[in-house]
Design a binder for this molecule. Structure first.
Ligand code: GLV
Length: 384
């Protein structure tokens, strides 16, 4: 038997108090207390009216599980394997950039928590710590790299090569953020952390990016940040470019940010090994379909054998299980771990991960299922 959620639960009761917040809402509230409004809203906010952020949550709320009783679930297995990468729980840590605005340890704190728990981390192109620093913090622990495919192919490819040589075992190409969405909370405060050089580590440390600058970032941060922001938008990108990238790397390639069945099919035709259904946590297209609803469409399009992950709205174990039942091979956890980092650094992230594992394990047991991977649509009420 692997992980035991009951032990995590008992430890809290026996201690007489929980050292950490328990509900997702409480983690968020604590993060709001410790962070300045600029950083907090950058993490918590979304595009436009934030309708899609709410829709992500509502889509989980709307679905209802159908537990079975007396199914003999004393022995359980929460683990999943996705494209050769194993996770002890059916979730990974989603790529989130600029985590130095949440905590000085930034992505290195997250990396250490991921390594301590065995849950894979998808490191962001917009991180505040480099590909190599995060690799060093993780040792052999599993990690993927998320690529923002900037408008300079040589820079993009340089990032891919660095990830390959630093032990990252998957490449996640984000296709929904070819430019930043319209984000009222940030606009109202004119808050963009990259302009202060935060979240620029991959670029500032990249030999190809540096060769494009007149002065190194150490001498002129603002000019380097402006150069990075000028490199970022890439609205000319098409599926043909993806086919080119496929030919450049042997890493498993996943396309993140797909919301329609036909786009998932195009990703597969271009050579992607998997897709991640996502609306970027509601940060890009306000009014876009909820990620969980899009998951159903994408799974229907690609069939049972395709690798399909999702993110957007995972706040508890029941959400993880609902997504698996509706066709996800695994999910990605986003904002909750950023709040964990803000509240408690590495230990906070570890607490968020262990709580979600415990909640998922206990709920799986009570659902009458032994393996997370056993769930299918029969576990979701038809009326929901
Ligand atoms: C960038 O990826 C962002 O969502 O802020």
């Amino acid at each position: 038997m692997g992980f035991e959620g009951g032990q995590v639960q008992n430890a809290i009761y026996v201690a007489g108090e929980s050292p950490w917040p328990i509900s997702a809402a409480e983690w968020e509230a604590r993060a709001a207390e410790v962070l300045e409004p600029g950083p907090f809203d950058y993490i918590a906010g979304g595009a436009g009216s934030e309708a899609t952020m709410r829709a992500n949550l509502e889509a989980f709320e709307r679905r209802r599980l159908r537990p079975r009783m007396l199914a003999g679930t004393a022995e359980r297995d929460l683990a999943v394997e996705v494209l050769g990468t194993r996770s002890p729980a059916p979730f990974l840590l989603a790529p989130i950039g600029v985590l130095s605005i949440a905590h000085p340890d930034g992505e290195v704190g997250v990396a250490r928590a991921a390594a301590a728990t065995g849950v894979p981390l998808v490191l962001s192109s917009a991180a505040s710590h480099t590909i190599e620093e995060v690799a060093e913090a993780m040792g052999d622990a599993p990690r993927w790299f998320q690529l923002y495919w900037v408008n300079d192919r040589e820079i993009a490819l340089s990032l891919v090569r660095r990830a390959e040589s630093s032990g990252y075992r998957g490449l996640v190409v984000t296709v929904d953020t070819l430019t930043l969405g319209w984000r009222p909370r940030d606009l109202a405060k004119a808050y963009l952390p990259f302009l202060a050089g935060e979240g620029c580590a991959q670029f500032f440390s990249d030999p190809v990016f540096r060769s494009r600058l007149e002065q190194p970032p150490e001498e002129d941060v603002l000019a380097a940040a402006v150069a990075m922001l000028a490199t970022f938008p890439n609205l000319a990108l098409t599926w043909e470019d993806l086919a080119w990238l496929r030919g450049q790397t042997e890493l498993p390639l996943l396309v993140k940010g797909v919301l329609r069945g036909e786009d998932a099919a195009l990703a597969r035709e271009a050579g992607a090994d998997g897709v991640i259904v996502s609306n970027h946590g509601g940060r890009q297209v306000d009014g876009a379909v909820a990620a969980l609803d899009a998951l159903v469409e994408v799974r229907d399009e690609l069939g049972p054998d395709a690798v399909v992950l999702m993110d957007g709205g995972i706040r508890g174990g029941a959400d993880v299980l609902k997504a698996l039942a509706l066709g996800a091979d695994a999910v990605l956890l986003g904002r909750p771990y950023a709040y964990g980092l803000a509240v408690g650094g590495q230990e906070g992230v570890e607490a968020v991960i262990r709580h979600l594992m415990a909640d998922t394990d206990i709920t799986l047991a009570l659902m009458g299922a032994r393996r997370a991977t056993d769930l299918d649509r029969t576990w979701i009420a038809a009326s929901s």
